[in-house]
Every structure is written in structure tokens, then in C-alpha cells.
Design a protein around this ligand. Structure first.
Ligand code: ZN
Length: 288
């Protein structure tokens, strides 16, 4: 009986059920204002004992200036930085209301905070910076501000997370840098994930770093079929076989009133968090 119980316990641990509180953590970002989201993010970081600074930048919205706020957590020491990033801001919809914006992108924010919790005590060759960017939805403004800032010259690699709310298939922006490409494959193997490379990946904050020549990638999760449909749409051009008016579910969900907690699977968020840990470890093993 005891052997059976031990076996069952081991099976449960292997299945890695959703961590307690993941759903609640993602839901805490559902707020009527961007200020409310920032407060939810700060509350989460305080609870986790993760010290952070807020770096402001000029920013703008609809042609008017609006100060942006990047939230930066620094872990360890090193001459160069690995950045693990996700945007915390929510899309303002056509009617002026703020989307719940949990798939895009509170789920990723929670995933990278879970990774930060694990990596807090890790011995890394690089300094690790977890950055939660603001104003991605306004044109990657937070990431562009950081890429133009004083610490950009220290960045060895950027690993971004955007849209990690449901599904079992991770896919990523295939980096042009061979060392990072290799690290990604090592990390996916270590995390037992079948990661799908996208030559053309939907735009996200990683592009601000591609522009300045820093090795970068961005990760998402979707169900396998949807990930494949998105790949076809972005990569197969005229030969995709998709009807002209077709789009995968995700593109009709983000930036709309349907991006709610009903769409979020906390297991996916936890998986993204575990993959983020492996990605940072693998990128850190590339010493330079
Ligand atoms: Zn996003």
C-alpha cells in the first residue's frame, strides 16, 4: 500500500499539476486601468520578495505624451546581462476600455516571475535582468526605450515571452544568432518541450533588440493545431492553403473583450515558467 502511495505521489509530481495560485496571480491583472495593473504587478513582486526598480521613459499614447514604466528586477552579478522579458501593459480597445489582457500578456508576466523565483538563488555567469515592459501595445515603446538606454551595451541575449495563456506547444522567433539558437534547442530538450521555430513570428518586444543587433527570441504557447495554423499564416505565404478570411483563434481573441480568464489554462503558464528557467540556464552557458 505504501509503495502504491509512493508511486502515486511520484506520478503526481511528474505530472507537475498547476502551482497553487497561478490562476489567481494571472487574474489579479484584470483591472480597469494600467495603473491598477502596475499595482497588481508590484504586489506580486513584493509577495515574492523580488526587489525591483521602476525605470520611467517618455512614452506616448495616441500622439499624446504618457510616461511609461518598465519594471526591472536584477539578479546576481556579471559583466553582461541576459534579459528575460514580458510586457505588463494591456491593449486599449476601440471603445476606450482596457482589455482584461490575460493571455496577452499577464500570463507571461506570471510565468517569468515564477522563473525569477527559481533563478533568484542560481549561480549564473551573467547578470540576469527580468524586465516587465510597459507600452508594448503602443509600439514596443518600453523595449525601445531600454534598447536606447545606458544598459543596452551590456545585453548578451534577450528571451521574451508574449502570449502564453493556453495550449501545449511552445513556439519561438528563430534567432539569427547561432549560439542562442543552439541554447534554445538545449533548453527545449531539458524542459521536454517540442518547440516549434518560427522564421516569421508575430511582432513583440524582442524586435527592439534585433534592431540594435542583440541576439533575441520570443516565446509563446498555443495548442498544436493553432500554432501550426499561425505558422502557416506567418510563414507559408501564398502556399499556406488557408482561406483568405481565415485566422487562428488566438488572433480573434487577443486585443478583444474575449481575452479573459475563461481562456487561461494555469498549467500552460507554469510550463512557460519552467521553460523560461531552462532558457536562461542554457543562454547563460554561452559565455561571452
Ligand atoms: Zn502581447
Amino acid at each position: 500500500m505504501r509503495a502504491l502511495l509512493t508511486g502515486l505521489l511520484a506520478a503526481c509530481l511528474l505530472a507537475a499539476p498547476a502551482m497553487a495560485g497561478t490562476r489567481e496571480d494571472v487574474a489579479s491583472f484584470v483591472q480597469p486601468t494600467q495603473d491598477g495593473r502596475l499595482a497588481a504587478l508590484e504586489a506580486l513582486l513584493k509577495r515574492e520578495g523580488l526587489a525591483y526598480e521602476i525605470q520611467t521613459f517618455p512614452g506616448s499614447e495616441a500622439g499624446k505624451s504618457r510616461q511609461g514604466r518598465n519594471v526591472v528586477i536584477t539578479i546576481g552579478k556579471g559583466e553582461r546581462d541576459i534579459l528575460l522579458t514580458a510586457h505588463w501593459d494591456a491593449k486599449v480597445m476601440k471603445d476606450g476600455a482596457l482589455a482584461d489582457a490575460v493571455v496577452d500578456n499577464a500570463a507571461s508576466v506570471v510565468a517569468v516571475i515564477q522563473a525569477a523565483r527559481v533563478l533568484k538563488g542560481a549561480k549564473l555567469h551573467h547578470r540576469l535582468r527580468i524586465i516587465l515592459f510597459d507600452q508594448e501595445e503602443l509600439g514596443l515603446l518600453g523595449a525601445k526605450a531600454y534598447a536606447a538606454g545606458p544598459d543596452a551595451g551590456r545585453v548578451a541575449a534577450v528571451i521574451n515571452f508574449d502570449v502564453n495563456g493556453y495550449g501545449d506547444t511552445p513556439f519561438f522567433a528563430d534567432p539569427t544568432d547561432p549560439a542562442l539558437a543552439k541554447a534554445i534547442r538545449r533548453a527545449c530538450l531539458a524542459a521536454s518541450e517540442d518547440c516549434l521555430a518560427f522564421g516569421a513570428y508575430p511582432p513583440s518586444d524582442n524586435l527592439a533588440f534585433r534592431k540594435i543587433g542583440v541576439p533575441e527570441t520570443s516565446f509563446s504557447y498555443l495548442p498544436a493545431r493553432e500554432a501550426h495554423q499561425l505558422w502557416l499564416m506567418f510563414n507559408a505565404g501564398q502556399t499556406s492553403g488557408l482561406p483568405d478570411d481565415f485566422h487562428p483563434r488566438i488572433l480573434g481573441l487577443i486585443h478583444t473583450p474575449d481575452d479573459t480568464m475563461a481562456a487561461v489554462d494555469p498549467d500552460t503558464v507554469d510550463r512557460a515558467g519552467r521553460l523560461a528557467v531552462e532558457l536562461v540556464r542554457a543562454a547563460d552557458a554561452n559565455r561571452r
